[in-house]
Design a binder for this molecule. Structure first.
Ligand code: KG4
Ligand code: ZN
Length: 367
């Protein structure tokens, strides 16, 4: 049995959790900073780290109390140390070091993106009462799609993930946030556009579906290989197309985005939202399924903040069913940033003997 305290502070959510055996959640707490950053239209790193600093210790106390455990009961303290905003990561890492010094318990540095993948499995593991190592059929093909990441991995174990594709420009969530700004709909853009898209016509605009890496894919398939860059994404062309559709051909050059509601009276925001979402969902789902077929996946994972998107969930659910593959989609509370997934993955790191010490560093980029 393992008992792990998880700490997450990589972006704009301060989160703590206590998890048993990598799947049973004894306590979980999240303090979101969305309201703090909304008026700036995005996350301001310095504001974020200061807010983490204020929130982290009360949250830690809440989680330990709710779980009914003390530091002495823990087997390890797992903390996100990469990737993320460096000032934010340091708050979590230093809090973990302080707790480690006070208790003598080991620290485990956790990769936030790998934890998102693990978080998608946790509800299923808990329901079936199995461990991820032998309770899941590997390999999985995992799509991590959030405000900071849009990446595809071949996952062969809970903590073994090979990058086979990533965005070459914006993340999908970032595109949602920017399109929302163009339409004057505020931050974060994902939830509001998702809702609006349900009332619009997804065929009103023919927005581009970029497919970077097509040549590499052809070559790779010819040689039977699939490596990094094989299933890349690009969202900047789509974002620019939306801007031109809403603002006219010069894109409203020079005007700050969020201060301007759509200037053209003929624009139906719901149609723009629906057509934009249709393009994003097409690209994400097609690339995931292509990777699953090429890599011989035994299952699929879709995780990160954009995994909350209703259009994406419906599409990948239907595609997975058609292929007869299990699909692991996190519930809402585990789709966005949380510490449950950090503590969960910490269980596997501990079992593998991969523990860190007070020399643990934070790194803004993971690879
Ligand atoms: O994983 P997350 O909480 O934070 C990181 O970026 O790591 O993801 C936040 C992102 C934001 O860009 C937000 O707009 C997007 O996820 N998002 C959505 C939806 N809910 C949140 N995007 C599309 N549809 C949604 N329903
Ligand atoms: Zn995240």
């Amino acid at each position: 049995m393992t008992l792990i305290l998880g700490i997450e502070t990589s972006c704009d959510e301060t989160a703590t959790a206590v998890v048993r055996d990598g799947r049973t959640v004894l306590a979980e707490h999240v303090a979101s900073q969305i309201d703090l950053h909304a008026r700036f239209g995005g996350v301001i790193p310095e504001v974020a780290s200061r807010s983490h600093l204020e929130a982290i210790f009360p949250l830690l106390e809440d989680s330990l109390r709710e779980a009914g455990v003390t530091l002495a009961d823990l087997d390890a303290i797992a903390v996100t140390n990469t990737p993320g905003l460096i000032g934010c990561l340091l708050v979590g890492v230093n809090a973990a070091k302080g707790l480690s010094m006070a208790s003598g318990k080991p620290i485990i540095g956790i990769n936030h993106v790998h934890a998102h993948i693990y978080g998608a499995l946790m509800d299923d593991l808990e329901t079936r009462g199995v461990d991820a190592t032998d309770g899941i059929e590997w390999p999985l093909v995992s799509l991590v799609v959030s405000g900071g990441h849009t990446s595809l991995y071949e996952s062969t174990a809970p903590d073994a993930h090979r990058l086979v594709g990533r965005t070459i420009d914006d993340a999908a969530g970032e595109a949602y946030d920017k399109v929302s700004a163009v339409l004057g709909l505020g931050y974060p853009g994902g939830p509001v556009l998702d809702k609006l898209a349900a009332q619009g016509n997804g065929k009103a605009y023919d927005f581009p579906r970029s497919r970077p890496g097509a040549q590499r894919r052809r070559q790779g398939t010819a040689t039977g290989g699939a490596g990094a860059g094989h299933f890349d994404f690009s969202f900047s062309g789509l974002k620019t197309s939306v801007l031109y559709a809403v603002r006219g051909q010069d894109g409203g050059r020079g005007k700050p985005l969020r201060k301007h509601a759509p200037p053209r009276p003929d624009i139906v925001p719901a149609d723009v939202a629906a057509s934009f979402q249709a393009a994003v969902v097409d690209v994400l789902s097609d690339r995931l399924m292509e990777a699953a077929d090429v890599l011989g996946a035994a299952g699929l994972v879709v995780c990160g903040g954009v995994a909350a998107n209703s259009g994406l969930r419906a599409r990948v659910t239907a595609e997975a069913e058609a292929r007869g593959l299990p699909l692991y989609l996190p519930p809402m509370r585990l789709a966005t940033d949380n510490a449950v997934m950090i503590a969960g993955l910490g269980h596997h790191a501990l079992l593998a003997g991969r523990v860190d010490d007070l020399a643990l560093d934070a790194a803004p980029r993971a690879d």
